[in-house]
Design a protein around this ligand. Structure first.
Ligand code: ZN
Length: 194
């Protein structure tokens, strides 16, 4: 089994990333909640964004993950619907404006290979949630992996300083394992880089 705390790759910045528009729709409930569970970045997003963090919901639905935003406890920029949801195979939900720092990584978390060990990574990152029970038995669908890779390529084309793609588990190994050992990181990495 793969070790999710090792999931990371860096983006070559000398590449012309295609500016492909992603198939996203605004999730109205999440979008409305985002203002009360996000912070201002300290620089414009084109300058600030350096990290893309990959999460899994440890639940079975978009609605379940969005309820965390409605409660004001945490937030993320996009969510990739699960296999049993209507939007699966169709589009990704945008849940928080990219210009805002969503609350998806604990403030004290850091890793020496990510932005020289900086903390407060929410200010420097974008967060993607993938709907998955994360029980080791629920497989990610090929579409979810493709959609996640597409999001990374989209962001790489839009944000010139985006350098690191990393699991939540790598940033918070004592408390988090997402996106989990059965997330096909190597396959995901080649979809982005090859
Ligand atoms: Zn997470």
């Amino acid at each position: 089994m793969a070790d999710p705390t090792a999931f990371q790759f860096d983006l070559p910045r000398d590449r012309n990333w295609p500016r492909i528009p992603i198939t996203e729709r605004i999730h109205e409930t999440a979008w409305a909640a985002a203002g009360s569970c996000s912070s201002l970045r300290h620089a414009p997003p084109e300058e600030a964004i350096r990290v893309m963090v990959i999460h899994a919901t440890a639940g079975s639905s978009t609605a379940g993950a969005v309820s965390v935003m409605e409660e004001g406890r945490a937030s993320f920029h996009w969510i990739i619907p699960g296999k049993d949801e209507k939007a699966h195979g169709g589009h990704v939900w945008a849940t928080c404006p990219e210009r805002l720092a969503a609350w998806h990584v604990r403030r004290s978390c850091a890793h020496p290979d990510i932005c020289s060990g900086a903390t407060n990574l929410n200010r420097l990152s974008l967060g993607i949630e993938i709907v998955n029970r994360q029980d080791g038995k629920d497989p990610f669908s090929p579409w979810q992996i493709e959609a996640t890779a597409e999001m990374v390529c989209y962001a790489a084309g839009k944000y010139p300083n985006l350098a690191h793609v990393v699991s939540h588990a790598r940033l918070d190994p004592d408390r988090r394992t997402d996106p989990g050992a059965n997330f096909p990181w190597a396959e995901f990495r080649s979809l982005v880089l090859d």
